[in-house]
Write a protein that binds this ligand. Structure first.
Ligand code: HPA
Length: 268
């Protein structure tokens, strides 16, 4: 299935072109349900979409109201560690781009490589390090979608980040800044790996986001991304963190992140 066909299929079913799309990461799925839902389509009904198998990833495409506008939520994403091909991982992003949506907000749960980034902290991404060992644009280039060698300068849109900084300030929401390093997973990082990543300049480590962001940028979308810190990495302790703990911390930050994102979309 080609993403253009899926985009056409969705356009025929959705009453309006959404102003922006948001990918909801681990523990953040419920955010979509706090908005007024116009329509909800299970991924299993969407031609070309894979099935989400990750914990707490629901797998629905949701069109919701946000003031005068509409937002498209991807409630759950496809991870490389689930065994999906990297093309399946970025398929929804390409569909969104082909639908004519110009703004993508990406969220995720991440481990902290810096003491100041405590569990529950909201971190705006300023840059990333692709340590997944794969690039989603490998293979024949779709010239209609984007160029062969797309620039990754200012990948996380500086104007968007600035706007979100002022929104966070207005609401007195503490937001940190950080560089996200993506690993393929699913095994968690060793302490030596965490030490190496911190030395490379990374503040956060996770198993997602980078493929979608690269694909979005390739397609000319403007990108904003946030991590919710769900645990300290092995750099600071050696206790295992549970999925329950990850969901708990994501839940705490979710309401604040919702405030920032919904105001942001209203103001762009
Ligand atoms: N490592 C990798 N991915 C993660 C982590 C982590 O510590 N926490 C949440 N996602």
């Amino acid at each position: 299935m080609n993403y253009l066909e899926t985009a056409k299929w969705l356009r025929e079913r959705l009453p309006a072109t959404p102003k922006a799309a948001i990918i909801l990461g681990t523990g953040l799925s419920d955010m979509a349900e706090t908005f007024k839902i116009i329509s909800s389509i299970p991924y299993s009904d969407i031609p070309g979409f894979a099935q989400s198998t990750a914990p707490s990833h629901k797998g629905n495409l949701i069109l919701a109201e946000n003031g005068e506008d509409t937002i498209l939520f991807l409630q759950g994403r496809f991870h490389f560690y689930e065994g999906h091909s990297i093309k399946q991982v970025i398929f929804p992003t390409r569909v969104i781009a082909a639908m004519g949506i110009k703004t993508l907000v990406v969220t995720n749960a991440a481990g902290s490589l810096r003491k100041e980034l405590y569990p529950g902290a909201i971190v705006q991404l300023t840059d990333h390090i692709n340590f997944m060992g794969i690039n989603p644009l490998i293979g024949e280039n779709d010239d209609a979608m984007g160029e062969r060698f797309p620039s990754m300068n200012d990948l996380y849109d500086p104007k968007y980040r600035e706007l979100c900084d002022s929104i966070a300030e207005e609401y007195h929401i503490q937001v940190h800044k950080g560089i996200y390093l993506a690993v393929p997973g699913p095994s968690l990082e060793t302490r030596a790996e965490c030490a190496a990543f911190a030395m490379l300049g990374a503040d956060l480590v996770g198993m997602s986001t980078v493929p979608e962001v690269i694909a979005a940028r390739h397609a000319g979308m403007r990108v904003l991304a946030y991590s919710i810190v769900t645990n300290y990495s092995n750099l600071f302790h050696s206790e295992a963190h549970s999925q329950e703990e990850i969901r708990h911390h994501a839940g705490i930050a979710s309401a604040n992140l919702k405030q920032i994102i919904s105001d942001f979309i209203r103001r762009i």
